[in-house]
Write a protein that binds this ligand. Structure first.
Ligand code: CP3
Length: 319
């Protein structure tokens, strides 16, 4: 969960004087910051440095970062959806696959897995319709009720793009694939089942023969954990609002779990962090598998020593 980033002085140094999208396209720098968390905070996997919006401009949408994604012309009409394209990502964003190939060769012999990722159709659509991040995404919710066909067509288009993008990442060396649906928890259970779950199933089904484990993250999704477990993803990644022990008992025979320490806890003392990690480990025990992780990404103000205390605690529990 957001391993690289503004909480690391070493990241901020490489990030200096370059626009975010240019940074994502700069293979040397992207490889460097992807590897930083491994050595600086002791993670046990590497997620390639990029953003869920990197493949979007090639679909015909102008995106900027300020610091979150901003869409120049929010998508509100069927005509705008019909004008979107889905070029082969290997041609439209070749640097992504170059970054993955470089990382695989850097990691050779270190037995550290490399993760690929993409934004889920709903979360991408949330920004594309709204135009930027938002507290309640009211333009998106309006579209759900007044522009249903437009939104459906947009989600379908994005799902196709996500599947091609995931496949190309796996071909370039990604050894697991995580789908981020940060905003899916905005919907009620009923609406989630209609708008979101079918898209998750579609992605899981398309990647079922890919040979790599698939991970589904939903933010603020404590009310839909059963729906997440019923999509075909191998691992469900939960935020801190979910009772991990309960999820493990109810769904742990069907799916593995990932999570779910509140990143805010990383401001606590090493002893508190260690105690929380111990509790999470116990809670996850009854699941067929559990990846100890945060429940969302590190924030810019996250203390580096807190992140280190987390990875140290996890490692000491493995011994
Ligand atoms: O963890 C990693 O190091 C991998 C890289 C990664 C980034 N973004 C880098 C990034 C990943 C996996 C993402 C995913 C992402 N991006 C999501 C889904 C997961 C989540 O965090 O909920 C979403 C919703 C985005 C969209 C996005 N990108 C936002 C809202 C922002 C700005 C606010 C913020 O949280 O920092 C970004 C910018 C961004 N993406 C940064 C990084 C390191 C900060 C950019 C900077 O240096 O200015």
């Amino acid at each position: 969960m957001r391993q690289a980033g503004r909480y690391l002085p070493e990241y901020r140094k490489v990030r200096e004087g370059i626009a975010f999208f240019d940074f994502c396209r700069d293979v040397e720098r992207a490889v460097e910051v992807s590897l930083q968390p491994l050595d600086l905070v002791g993670t046990e996997a590497v997620i390639f440095f990029s953003d869920i919006f990197v493949p979007i401009p090639a679909m015909g949408v102008e995106v900027d970062f300020a610091p979150g994604p901003v869409i120049a012309a929010p998508i509100r009409s069927r005509g705008q959806v019909d004008a979107l394209t889905n070029p082969d990502p290997r041609e439209s964003v070749p640097f992504v696959f170059e970054i993955l190939r470089r990382l695989r060769s850097e990691l050779e012999g270190r037995s550290v897995p490399l993760l690929g990722f993409a934004g889920a159709p709903f979360t991408l659509a949330a920004y594309l319709v709204e135009g930027a991040g938002s507290r309640n995404f009211s333009a998106l919710k309006t579209a759900m009720h007044r522009e249903e066909a437009m939104l459906r067509a947009l989600l379908d288009h994005l799902a196709e793009g996500v599947i091609a993008y995931a496949r190309a990442q796996i071909e370039a060396g990604a050894q697991a694939f995580q789908l981020f649906d940060t905003w899916a928890g905005l919907l009620s259970r009923e609406e989630y089942a209609i708008w979101i779950q079918p898209q998750h199933r579609r992605v899981a089904e398309a990647l079922a023969d890919s040979g790599v484990p698939t991970i589904l993250y939903v933010g603020n999704g404590a009310h839909v954990v059963d729906c997440m477990a019923d999509t075909g993803f191998d691992v469900i990644s939960l935020d801190w609002r979910v009772d991990l022990g309960r999820a493990a008992r109810k769904f742990g025979d069907r799916v593995s779990l990932q999570g779910n320490l509140d990143p805010g806890t990383l401001a606590a003392s090493p002893e508190t962090i260690r105690a929380r990690v111990g509790e999470l480990r116990e809670a996850g025990r009854s699941a067929r598998g559990h990846i100890l992780n945060l429940g969302h990404g590190c924030l810019p103000e996250t203390p580096v020593e807190g992140v280190r205390a987390f990875t140290d605690a996890v490692r000491s529990l493995q011994e």
